[in-house]
Structure formats: structure tokens, C-alpha cells
Design a protein around this ligand. Sequence first.
Ligand SMILES: [Fe+2]
Ligand SMILES: [Fe+2]
Length: 183
Amino acid sequence: MNGDNLNKNIEKCTEFNEILSDILSNETVKQMHNYIQHGEISCYTHCYYVAYYTYLICKKLKLDYKSAVRGAMLHDLFLYDWHTTSPADINEKGVHAWAHPRIALKNASKIFNLNDTEKDIIRNHMWPVTLKFPKTKEAFIVSCMDKYSATAETFMNCRNRITNSRIYRYAYVFLGLFIFRIF
Ligand SMILES: [Fe+2]
Ligand SMILES: [Fe+2]
């Protein structure tokens, strides 16, 4: 599914957007728009996609999908550009891959009253990079959806780069000329 179709599907999903309404309108959460996560996808959009995939799966499996969706939306609320900034720059310990779940949990806890499932999701979403296994099924699913979405976002970016490149356009022109036997 391309980004446009995915966005249309998410917009149409009233229940999903209602679960997140207070989170999406929060000014701190909106700051995630300012940071790129993968390719051209912002941290906000990445979390929104992960939350949507999580919603579909957790609802189907009759799990606590509301907590799962809320935790997923907050799982990367670390609020810095990880390409140019390290945790040490914001007085936090460790390297980004290991430190950002802890930083996101700290930020999210300041704004929202998180339940245990939501905390587990944020704290352990980087499993197996961070060795602690998620305690809840919901957190395990978010961890998987995070990897899935990150891969899809990176692939989408590579495809956009290739299709927007000059070589790709020239190749199309040559192919057209070849087909119409101009050569
Ligand atoms: Fe993350
Ligand atoms: Fe993530």
C-alpha cells in the first residue's frame, strides 16, 4: 500500500482517531512533526502508522487495542533529530538505539497518565536491540509493527528517490523509443 492510500484509510477510521484524539492534539506530541525518522517520514507520521497497524492487529486479536494504540503513538516521543543529535546532547546517557525508549517514556509520562501496558510498549519497543522482552502481547505486537513500518518507510523512500531520479526518467524515454522502434 502506498502512503496516500494508507493515509486515506487511516483518516476514514473514526474509532482509531478517537482513541488518539487527545494525544494527536497535544502540542508536545505535535513536535514530532519536526523530526525525520526514516527517509522523508517524520517521527509523528511513523508513530501514527505504527499505531494504525497495531490497531488493526490488536483489535482482530481482541487484545487491549486502546492501550496498544496509545502506547504505539507515543513510542518514539524522544524529541530530537537522531541523525544529528545524541542523547548526551540532551543530558541523557547511552546511544540512541538503547536510550530513546527511556527518553520517550520519560517525556510521555510528563504529559499523560500511562497504564502499565502503555509503559511496557514504550519501554520495550526496541526489542531485541534492547534485550528486555516485552511483558505484554500488545507491546510485542508494537515492537513488530515498528520494524515493519520502519522497513516500509525506508523502502518507500528508496522507491521515491529512484522514480524521481533523472536516470529513471531517461530510461523511460529510451524504453519508449525502443518500443516504438525508433532505434
Ligand atoms: Fe524507537
Ligand atoms: Fe519507531
